[in-house]
Design a protein around this ligand. Structure first.
Ligand SMILES: Cc1ncc(COP(=O)(O)O)c(C=O)c1O
Length: 432
């Protein structure tokens, strides 16, 4: 008989394990939380081996809480299996179905499925006709892909600082940055919060500019009751597994006209205008195609979108309530009659002098994942080296980028998990 004493920091638990005949190594158990270990250690083969009691003792008090998780179940399994069994893994009917269902859902005339959100942004910038030296006004507070898409085409990203409350671009500040060389606006619905579309459409019309909307984080968000993606300009969605719905990797672009759709489909398919039957290439294109498995996953996910959004709303609201009185953190701005966020990440802003990395380390010590969200793009070396951006140029974006912290957020997060996250966060915010 082997005895292991498991001691952890918040409470003391003794686990007596009788070595059994299963063959899982103790190290294999180590990566799991104590809750799991207690349940599974009897199945660990301890045998005659010496057990590293210290490493067991380091385990967190409960299951680790991860940052994000997709909402997938047997429906998605069945959908993907059906595609595998059909033998048609690319260029098949699921792509068409995915495009149709997404177009209907967001109220867009056309949707082209693509291999990623980044691919969608790149093709959106191409549709805007950006050529080397053209200026494109955009936000420094976003995932880097929204600015990269401009650079891919030789465009010059002109960053404008964000609004302190919404963290989106402020129309008046954008207008002030327009010059005779400005050709387009790349606008981001950051953290799923919709832009002021009326104002931006007005500016674009008055200055003759194209709009490319990065709605990668905003599927399901609405502005004046209208779905993001339905405003007529190209709007890009992304389906990485941390997004509201996932296709594994994947993206899509919502478009206003059939001509734009045909051009995007061709560019995404190596410049062909057929579905791959020939080797006739009319333009230089890319392989930005989505595959049938991913599209099937996407169709199953889109059918659940309303449920997913409602669950995400619930989780966000629970955090809002739990964090309401907590000192030292600020929350994202709330919805109102005009703007309705689609919850993508739950980000809090850690007020100085508390140090965000200390908070993260303390959360991690309690088994709780968190992540800086999002570092300002102009301070990434890829941008500061190439374009000469420096700290201090966009102070609101820089402060948000330095203080923003994403907490665990997904549909499967239970109320007790959230209470544990908030209790740990309160402990982590202490100033010693
Ligand atoms: C604002 C924003 N833009 C673009 C992207 C890029 O999407 P993808 O990773 O599918 O290329 C993301 C994805 O995280 C995003 O959040």
């Amino acid at each position: 008989m082997t005895r292991i004493l498991v001691v952890e920091s918040l409470s003391v638990e003794a686990v007596v394990v009788t070595s059994g005949d299963a063959h899982t190594s103790p190290e294999g158990c180590e990566s799991q939380g104590v809750g799991t270990v207690r349940a599974s250690l009897t199945a660990c083969s301890l045998g005659e081996r010496s057990v590293n009691i210290r490493s067991v003792a380091r385990l967190a008090p409960s299951e680790p809480i991860g940052l994000s998780a997709p909402y997938v179940d047997e429906t998605e399994e069945a959908a993907v299996l059906e595609v595998i069994r059909s033998g048609r893994l690319a260029f098949g009917p699921m792509i068409e179905q995915f495009e149709r269902v997404l177009a209907e859902r967001v109220g867009a005339p056309y949707v082209a499925a693509l291999s990623s959100g980044t691919a969608g942004l790149h093709l959106g910038v191409k549709l805007a006709g950006i050529s080397p030296g053209d200026e494109v006004v955009t936000t420094p507070l976003s995932f880097i892909a929204s600015a990269n898409a401009i650079v891919y085409e030789g465009g010059v990203p002109v960053f404008v600082d964000v609004d302190e409350r919404t963290l989106n671009l402020d129309p008046a500040a954008v207008e002030a940055a327009i010059t005779p060389r400005t050709k387009a606006l790349v606008l981001v619905d950051l953290f799923g919060y919709p832009l002021d579309f009326d104002a931006f459409r007005d500016i674009a019309a008055r200055h003759g500019l194209a709009i490319v909307e990065d709605a990668c984080e905003a599927l399901g968000a609405t502005y004046r009751g209208q779905q993001v993606g339905s405003f007529g300009h190209p709007a890009v969605f992304a389906f990485y597994p941390n997004k509201q719905v996932t296709t594994g990797e994947g993206g899509a672009i919502a478009l206003g006209t059939e001509n734009e759709w045909a051009l995007v489909k061709s560019l995404a398919n190596q410049g062909r205008t057929d579905r791959g039957e020939t080797f006739a290439h009319e333009r230089i294109g890319y392989n930005y195609r989505l595959d049938e498995l991913s599209a099937a996953l996407g169709v199953a996910q889109l059918r659940k979108l309303d449920r997913i959004l409602a669950l995400r709303d619930e989780v966000a609201l629970r955090y809002d309530t739990l964090l309401d009185e907590v000192e030292g953190v600020r929350l994202l701005c709330p919805d109102d009659d005009v703007y309705r966020r689609s919850w993508f990440v739950y980000v809090v802003f850690v007020d100085p002098p508390v140090d965000r990395s200390t908070v993260m380390a303390r959360l991690a010590a309690e088994g709780i994942a968190s992540k800086p969200y999002l570092p300002a793009i102009h301070l990434q070396s890829a941008y500061s080296d190439r374009f000469g951006f420096r700290g201090g140029m966009f102070p609101v974006a820089e402060a948000a980028g330095a203080q923003g912290l994403a907490l665990p957020f997904h549909t499967g997060l239970s109320a007790s998990d959230q209470e544990r996250v908030v209790a740990a966060l309160i402990r982590a915010l202490r100033l010693d």
